[in-house]
Design a protein around this ligand. Structure first.
Ligand code: DGJ
Length: 726
């Protein structure tokens, strides 16, 4: 590798891509050329040079700061490992002679246009060694966001100069003034995806991170001054790391009360060697500031993400999916899938998803790695089933797990050295998985031959079967990343190269099949993040389809990601044996991308009829749900209800979902004493609105300030309000 600039993380383009906001002067250099003021719609960021040419972070917060000169903080814009630094370092490295600190000084600054956004690029150099560090800050004006990333270059010209070893390189850092702060973030594990956690930050360090590629949570964070919030107002600093490998976000509170936030790749068990002339670029960290509380933070990050989903299907209405996993498990056959497809079509499903179990198997052991159909199950070939399903008038999707392999596969027999693992150690993961061969490994996707094998296999599969939807699963964890035949450099960089090739595989397959849909799945919602948002169209949120559990997960998910990516399936699951109605199950699944996963061959006519009606109702509202502005109104984490509202981008229509999770006798508990009036958001106060099923008209002002009495009585009852401008 001659140049380690990881271009895959983003595309530089030094010309405008037609973004109207690039015309706004969102970066203004000071008259003396020694400061830069960066503005978004309502936030302000400033960088200064001291008289000694040190690059300093001056402030990040409300736009009002722009007009005053008082600055409570002056910190290194890029803290490094050196004697004067009391902050956590963004960069830590070792020079060839063993020197491990840095002494950076300003070299140059320029304002670039990158992807249509004004971007400040500040280059610093080490006072002694040929090291250059360029920090980029892009201003996403209309979303109140900035993006930060860093390129480090070994600028040695002398042939005898040695390598620089990067031991830590985050994407950027910010500082908040002295105060008490609360952090909200989302963690999780299998079946418990995206659980919100709130903690007060005390002096010391709080770290959220992932080390096995599969967080089930998120790098998203929101930090707010303690106790000043109602969810819809108040200052919030927030952000997320644009990376699908191991990431890390650190909150470092000093004893004097200031807070540093820094994030990027997690350099746990990895380093990067820079040879002469080589450079390395980090993924981005996206940062935001708002005065509209957590709700404002969510709306900004969700809108930003929605604009970065893969372009081809970005604005395409998502299909109603039928997925057979919960009905037939590994026991798929041409016949049972076709029978399911016929009923699914009658109900109104638009895409049939054949899940795990379709490819080669040896007994109960599925041959992960050999991506051709099992002829015992599909005697006429997979292509024939696909054709028949398409003739019914449905698209066809298929499950794959590209990154895994089992030792009984032909692939493993031919290439036992393609797995990740250490010699003399057992690097199997999850050896007791039901239905799997117990020698279950991750492929070493950092290898070019592995990348090529996967690319060729899927090109062949998609071409021969005419399938255009992949459910891309990853059930494994990436832990023991041994690469015995690799150089030390390759071994230490294996995770970085792995992610690069995973992104590349998705991107190259899309180039080959531009209309391809990719569903992101990782044993449920194991790795939903900004990096995969940019490369997949739909996310499988969790293997738990119990609607009560899903109400909670959806509420979290919609704080971070667009509803147009949130897939739910109505299944037969009713894990708490609450006797949940079909209507309730559908109402829950309809708040994102609706799918059905139940054994519909066992459903009676009445059930099929309800399903058909609900699917038809969903098709009416889905453009507003999938592409509207989301407002999370009542949190199930705080009350026994949940309410989510979407407003169409033109403000003409809105859909409100209300779920009642339990109902205690009136006045008996604090929750039963709460009002059932809900204040709706995002309407035009001066316009008149009608609500389907309700008499009269309501002014926008009334609905937003006085509110709507939502009449949802009884536990596990739900209602969908459809609101239209008159
Ligand atoms: C885990 C996924 O989350 C499920 O939906 C299903 O696809 C299984 N893997 C299949 O192995």
């Amino acid at each position: 590798m001659t140049n380690k600039t990881v271009l895959i993380f983003f595309f530089f383009s030094f010309w405008s891509l037609g973004n109207a906001y690039s015309q706004i002067n969102s970066i203004i250099p000071g008259d003396d050329g020694r400061s830069w003021k960066l503005s978004t719609r309502s936030s302000f960021y400033e960088v200064w040079l001291t008289k000694d040419n040190e690059v300093k972070f001056s402030c990040y917060g409300d736009k009002l700061m722009k007009d005053i000169s008082y600055r409570p903080l002056l910190k290194d814009e890029l803290p490094t490992r050196n004697a004067r630094n009391y902050a956590e370092s963004v960069i830590e490295l070792e020079f060839p002679d063993g020197v491990r600190n840095l002494d950076l000084t300003f070299e140059s600054a320029e304002i670039l246009d990158i992807d249509g956004y004004q971007t400040l690029a500040i280059t610093q150099k080490d006072k002694l060694y040929p090291l250059r560090v360029t920090e980029y800050i892009s201003v996403i004006y209309e979303k109140d966001l900035i993006e930060k990333w860093i390129t480090v270059k070994n600028g040695a010209k002398d042939k005898r100069s040695g390598n620089i070893e990067i031991e830590r390189l985050m994407s950027g850092s910010i500082f908040l003034p002295q105060n008490d702060y609360d952090l909200t973030h989302y963690s999780g594990w299998w079946g418990h995806e995206l659980q919100p956690a709130v903690t007060t930050l005390t002096p010391g360090s709080k770290i959220i991170h992932v080390r096995d590629f599969k967080p089930y949570g998120s790098s998203f964070f929101a930090v707010k001054p303690t106790g000043e919030h109602d969810g819809f107002s108040g200052e919030v600093w927030f952000g997320t790391v644009d990376y699908s490998g191991n990431w890390k976000v650190q909150f470092e509170k000093s004893s004097t009360g200031e807070l540093q936030i820094l994030g990027g790749m997690n350099f746990w068990d990895q380093s990067v060697i820079l040879k002469k002339g080589e450079s390395f670029t980090t993924p981005k960290i996206i940062l935001g500031y708002t005065r509209e509380g957590l709700s404002g933070a969510s709306r900004n990050i969700v809108a930003y993400t929605a604009e970065r989903l893969p372009q081809y299907h970005r604005n395409t209405v998502r299909p109603v999916i039928y997925n057979s996993w919960f009905a037939t498990g590994f026991g798929v056959t041409e016949n049972n899938q076709y029978e399911l497809a016929k009923v699914a079509k009658k109900m109104g499903a638009e895409l049939f998803m054949l899940d795990d179990g379709w490819y080669q198997s040896k007994g109960i052991a599925m041959s992960l790695g050999d991506w051709t159909e099992d002829k015992n199950k599909f005697p006429n070939g997979l292509a024939s089933l696909v054709k028949k399903v398409k003739q019914l008038g449905m698209e066809f999707g298929i499950w794959v797990e590209p990154e895994s392999v089992v030792t009984t596969s032909e692939l493993y027999k031919m290439h036992p050295d393609w797995i990740l693992g250490y010699p003399n150690r057992d690097s199997r993961i999850d050896p007791h998985r039901i239905g799997r061969e117990d020698k279950y490994y991750m492929l070493n996707l950092a290898r070019e031959d592995v990348y090529e094998y996967l690319f060729d296999s899927y090109c062949k599969l998609l071409k021969e079967t005419d399938i255009r939807y992949l459910k891309w699963d990853m059930n494994n964890l990436l832990t023991d990343v041994g690469f015995p035949s690799g150089t030390r450099e390759e071994q230490m960089e294996v995770r970085i190269k792995y992610v690069e090739n995973m992104y590349r595989l998705m991107e190259e397959l899309r180039k080959e099949f531009p209309d391809l849909w990719i569903e992101n799945c990782a044993g449920g919602g194991g790795r939903i993040d900004m990096g995969l948002m940019k490369r997949t169209d739909i996310s499988w949120v969790s293997d738990v389809t119990d609607p009560v559990v899903r109400i909670f997960m959806h509420y979290s998910y919609l704080a971070l990601y667009p509803a147009s990516t949130m897939l739910d399936l109505v299944t037969d699951a009713d894990n708490h044996e609450l006797g949940l109605s079909m209507g309730f199950k559908f109402d829950v699944a309809m708040s994102g991308i609706l799918g059905v996963g139940a054994n519909i061959l066992a459903w009676n006519d009445m059930q099929l009829d309800i399903a058909a009606k609900k699917i038809a109702e969903y098709k009416e509202i889905r453009p507003i749900v999938q592409f509207g502005i989301p407002y999370r109104l009542i949190s199930p984490y705080e009350t026994n209800r949940s309410a989510i509202q979407y407003v169409s981008q033109d403000g003409e229509k809105s859909v409100l979902f209300i779920y009642n999770l339990s109902e205690d006798p009136s006045g008996s508990t604090p929750e039963a004493k709460q009002s059932t009036i809900i204040r709706i958001k995002g309407l035009d106060p001066n316009a008149a609105y009608t609500i389907e099923g309700m008499d009269g008209t309501f002014s926008g002002k009334f609905l937003m300030e006085q509110g709507l009495d939502y009449h949802v009585r009884g536990a596990y009852k739900s209602r969908i309000f459809k609101i239209s401008k008159k």
